[in-house]
Design a protein around this ligand. Structure first.
Ligand SMILES: [Zn+2]
Length: 308
């Protein structure tokens, strides 16, 4: 049986928000079992709190934003990916502004700080969300599919009509090790020609070569180039790991994503949640091999289940 985990010690960081450009301080504290990931705005009267769950998502365009009618916290996805990747269930995140600091545009600094602070195993079992029937949701040529699987596996493909990116595909079993080594360091990216339009819409105001891979006509403008030759698709994997953690429990499934972004990720997890016991169940111990074989036997070729 896997147990819940939190940090051993608090961690503090300062940085600027990718979209707002505002300076922000953030402190991540250990929390009791069952707390989940609870964000608190320390700059507002009453220090309001909001849990990082699907129910509290208020926007999924460009970045993932949670909140209520009265306040919000945006661009939580890379921090969420760090929690998911390291298997951290419980923490309170105190933040004195409306956006999580961008750091270097990846999850690497969060991962480094969390590993440095230490991870505390707690006394309560960890509850997994186990997919038992295939489910997929699409939007044009974008698609996210959930399949039954004995662990958490992601397969992501992108195809940008740009010579620097083109078609890229990445697949991996997501463990603490693969996440830290192969995914956490992949940075967010954007096209130079879109900067003006983003700025007009109040987006990417804090973006720079320090916290994003910037793509010009036919090359990457960052002096040191890319961290991985397929850094773009790896960053998409990082994003979906963060978004999937809004389910409120770690997933046990194979997730196949094609060209999807935050908006479709949010719709996909909403659809999965709504499918309820048809598509998934909670489990706190590993699945037995016999159960997995039974699932595979039950999956007819047309067994696209609730494919949409
Ligand atoms: Zn991202």
């Amino acid at each position: 049986m896997r147990l819940q985990r939190t940090l051993k010690n608090p961690v503090s960081v300062q940085g600027i928000g990718l979209h707002s450009g505002n300076k922000v301080s953030m402190k991540v504290n250990p929390a009791k079992p069952g707390t989940g990931l609870l964000f608190r705005r320390t700059d507002l009267p009453g220090r309001p709190e909001v849990g990082a769950t699907l129910h509290n998502v208020i926007s999924c365009s460009h970045a993932t934003t949670i909140g209520t009618q009265h306040f919000h916290i945006s661009t939580i996805e890379h921090l969420m990916a760090a929690f998911a990747g390291l298997g951290i269930d419980n923490a309170t995140i105190e933040i004195d502004g409306p956006e999580v600091p961008a750091m270097d545009g990846s999850a690497a600094i969060f991962v480094f700080l969390f590993q440095d602070a230490g991870i505390q195993v707690q006394g309560s079992p960890r509850r997994f969300m186990e997919v038992i029937r295939p489910l997929s949701i699409g939007d044009g040529d974008k698609k996210v599919t959930f399949l039954p699987h004995s662990s958490f596996h992601i397969e992501f493909s992108i195809d940008f009509p740009h010579p620097v990116i083109k078609a890229q595909r990445f697949k991996a079993e997501i463990t603490e090790k693969t996440f830290a080594k192969r995914i956490a360091r992949a940075r967010t990216f954007g096209f130079l020609k879109e900067v003006e339009m983003l700025h007009k819409n109040g987006l990417a105001l804090g973006a720079s070569l320090e916290n994003a891979v910037v793509i010009g006509e036919d090359s990457v403008l960052n002096q040191d180039g890319l961290r991985f030759s397929d850094e773009f698709v790896r960053h998409k994997v990082l994003d979906i790991i963060g978004d999937l953690y809004l389910l409120g429990a770690p997933l046990r499934a194979k997730v196949i994503a094609r060209k999807s972004g935050h908006a479709l990720h949010c719709r996909a997890i909403k659809r999965l949640m709504e499918a309820g016991s048809y598509a998934w169940r909670y489990a706190d111990s590993p699945i037995e091999a016999a159960t997995i074989s039974r699932w595979h036997r039950e999956l007819t070729p047309a067994g696209a289940g609730a494919a949409v």
